[in-house]
Design a protein around this ligand. Structure first.
Ligand SMILES: Cc1cc2nc3c(=O)[nH]c(=O)nc-3n(C[C@H](O)[C@H](O)[C@H](O)COP(=O)(O)OP(=O)(O)OC[C@H]3O[C@@H](n4cnc5c(N)ncnc54)[C@H](O)[C@@H]3O)c2cc1C
Length: 498
């Protein structure tokens, strides 16, 4: 029987990161992806020669966590940041009061901007940002240098803010609903409502975005291309259209071999699953998973789903990178509730250079209840169903009308290229199409690290935090468990972390 040291399941950013860390440590790695191409939510699609990003548009973390991880993976030079932080490139629009808040990046700049909008709330604004910075500084596992060198108890020190909800905290510092909405705004980038999200997790997810909101040249594809190159350098084998069919030879809760869906069998040291926890349950032998673990996983609640439009702007100048979050009301708890009619729409603009000519693009993602797809969920060839096409077109036209209302300079210039419904997301982000996997609820243990079969591990956006940073970080932490201290193998010329 052939042998792999490690089999990694799922080729999203988490699986790619995991494979690179293990490959760089000299291990023999096989990466499995059940779809027919690598990249998960980082993939782009191309229409009329123009590429559109699906699950990656902007990130924080350049100049700190993200840059450190890219250096550790040896792909820093392949990922080029395109900052949105020159001035007020992040906007929150509250539809019920028709107010636009222009928010710059950087802690000093954002404090100053908020003092102007909320002069009576200076204390609350300072308290919040001091807290966000303090939580980030007290989270040792978000510091790659510490992750590489500290002992585990120091790395995972418990903090009180893990047990305080974001909502409770915001209510304690201000009575101003609009300010609370703005401070909780990046909840839309992880998809759990403030009433069930810990203050600590919110601050960990928001810190990088407040500090330095950035796009990346060539979007998610830049990460996929960099990974493919590294995979060749470190002999990481990639098999698409393949998953694990069965896990065998389990002795003392350790499995020594697996059979893949193509019926090939391998002996293994470890298997790392960078996929949705409910997909993990489908792979692990049921008799080896304690009933309590199974119930916990089955009770996880899914984060938000989106309806999206992908458009080209018919304008004769390159549009600047911009993010506008349009909220139908000033209550994020209501917005991130799949049953509520309240919604949030993220509108993103940017320019792509293709063969020497620039294309101004606008994409928008609006929260949408999964039930909106019920009528067509079980139909074959739904793309040919007229009523489905009509629903998508009507929804897209409605979104464009609302975008034109707040961005009148684009009136009549937004040319629709493609749409994706909650059903499209279900096809591309298995099993439920939820943008950020499960909701990360306070007091609920995620499926992370060592699994009931002890040489099997769980990582990915469902394990630590959603988003590019959270998914990559989950793989760094898991690699630390597997490989031990000093697990990062730096390229010879890159010995310094910063
Ligand atoms: C519309 C949208 C916009 C987003 N925008 C941003 C953004 O701007 N910035 C940001 O940081 N984050 C964003 N996110 C979130 C971000 O995309 C995710 O948090 C992150 O990419 C998740 O990475 P992952 O590796 O954990 O999972 P995924 O990318 O979901 O990868 C999992 C992979 O595993 C494969 N797989 C599943 N089951 C199996 C199996 N049984 N066997 C083999 N393979 C399997 C899947 O096909 C998939 O390729 C967005 C998400 C969405 C949906």
């Amino acid at each position: 029987m052939n042998h792999y040291d490690d089999i990694v399941v799922g080729s999203g950013i988490s699986g790619m990161t995991m494979s690179m860390l293990l490959g760089r440590a000299g291990r023999k790695v096989l990466l499995l992806e059940k779809q027919h191409c690598v990249g998960g939510s980082m993939r782009r699609f191309v229409r009329n020669g123009i590429p559109f990003d699906t699950g990656f548009h902007f990130t924080g973390g350049f100049g700190e966590l993200l840059s450190d991880m890219l250096k550790a993976l040896g792909i820093e030079s392949s990922i080029e940041p395109l900052p949105l932080d020159t001035s007020d490139k992040n906007h929150i629009y509250l539809a019920d009061s028709a107010e636009m808040f222009d928010l710059p990046s950087g802690f000093d700049a954002i404090r100053q901007a908020l003092y102007k909008y909320f002069p009576a709330e200076k204390n609350a604004i300072n308290q919040y940002f001091d807290m966000e910075i303090s939580i980030r500084n007290r989270t040792s596992f978000m510091d790659i240098d510490k992750l590489n060198t500290l002992d585990l108890p120091e790395l995972f020190e418990d903090i009180d803010e893990n047990y305080l909800s974001l909502k409770e905290y915001l209510d304690s510092i201000t009575a101003c609903d609009k300010l609370k909405t703005i401070l909780a705004g990046f909840a839309l980038c992880y998809g759990s409502p403030p009433k069930i999200t810990s203050l600590a997790n919110h601050c960990r997810a928001s810190y990088g975005l407040h500090r330095n909101l950035t796009k990346v040249k060539n979007g998610g594809q830049a990460f996929v291309d960099a990974f493919k190159k590294e995979a060749r350098n470190h002999n990481i084998e990639i098999r698409t259209g393949t998953t694990i069919k069965s896990v065998e030879n389990i002795v003392r809760q350790k499995a020594s071999s697996v059979t893949l869906s193509d019926n090939s069998c391998y002996s293994i040291d470890n298997c790392i699953m960078c996929i949705h926890p409910k997909e993990i349950l489908n792979i692990l032998p049921a008799r080896k998973v304690p009933q309590q673990t199974r119930e916990t996983v089955l009770n996880y609640q899914e984060s938000i789903t989106f309806f999206s439009i992908f458009t080209e702007l018919k304008i004769d100048y390159p549009v600047k990178p911009n993010l506008i979050s349009m909220l139908s009301c000033a209550d994020i708890d209501t917005i991130i509730d799949n049953k509520s009619p309240a919604s949030a729409m993220a509108v993103l603009t940017g320019t792509e250079e293709i063969n020497g000519s620039s294309h101004s693009l606008l994409c928008a993602f609006e929260t949408e209840a999964p039930s909106s797809g019920d009528r067509w969920r079980n139909t074959l060839h739904r793309s040919k169903d007229k009523s489905y096409q009509q629903y998508k077109l009507k929804k897209a036209e409605d979104m464009i009308r609302r975008i034109e209302h707040i961005l009148p300079e684009f009136k009549g210039k937004i040319k629709l290229t493609n749409t994706s419904s909650v059903l499209t997301f279900e096809d591309y982000i298995p099993p439920y199409g939820s943008a950020y996997g499960i909701m990360h609820k306070m007091n609920e243990t995620p499926l992370f690290g060592r699994l009931p079969i002890r040489n099997f591990y769980a990582a990915g956006q469902n394990a630590v935090l959603p988003g590019l940073l959270g998914a990559m970080l989950s793989s760094f932490i898991t690699a630390r468990f597997i490989l031990g201290k000093n697990f990062i193998v730096y390229s010879k010329l890159k010995t310094n972390l910063r």
